[in-house]
Design a protein around this ligand. Structure first.
Ligand code: SF4
Ligand code: SF4
Length: 130
């Protein structure tokens, strides 16, 4: 039975697109569609659901440096920069639990709908929020 399932999976059309397809120009998508003719279509992107907890957004000007977010974060994402009384977030470690957002007394933190966070360097600019 397992063997049958395995063979079926190997022969089935892929259910997903190559990761960056959604963000490619239409012309490239058309080229890919032509190349994949007979091998399965490019699937339309799945809409991002409302309320999705994506990459954190930090409003530095609102932040009062209370460190509540630092205390509640279970993944030690948030570093307090005492000289500036502001925070720096290492998004590569974030579990998107949103506890820091709930804890912030001045609404300086929010989640966005951005989820394309794959990177080869966990210290890249895209993964540091400050
Ligand atoms: S969302 Fe959760 S894991 Fe991410 S920084 Fe906030 S508290 Fe930490
Ligand atoms: S909880 Fe809000 S105000 Fe306090 S340090 Fe974190 S971001 Fe700044």
């Amino acid at each position: 039975m397992i063997f049958v399932t395995l063979v079926r999976q190997l022969l089935d059309r892929p259910a997903t697109n190559p990761f960056p397809t959604r963000h490619m120009p239409r012309s490239i998508i058309r080229l890919l569609e032509r190349a994949r003719r007979g091998k399965g279509a490019i699937h339309p992107p799945v809409p991002v659901p409302a309320g999705m907890r994506g990459k954190l957004v930090y409003d530095r000007d609102k932040c009062i440096g209370c460190q509540l977010c630092v205390r509640v974060c279970p993944a030690r994402v948030i570093e307090f920069r005492s000289e500036q009384k502001k925070i720096r977030m290492h998004v590569a470690r974030c579990t998107f639990c949103s506890q820091c957002v709930d804890a912030c007394p001045v609404a300086a933190l929010a989640t966005s709908r951005e989820f394309l966070l794959a990177d080869t360097d966990r210290r890249s600019r895209n993964l540091i929020v400050e």
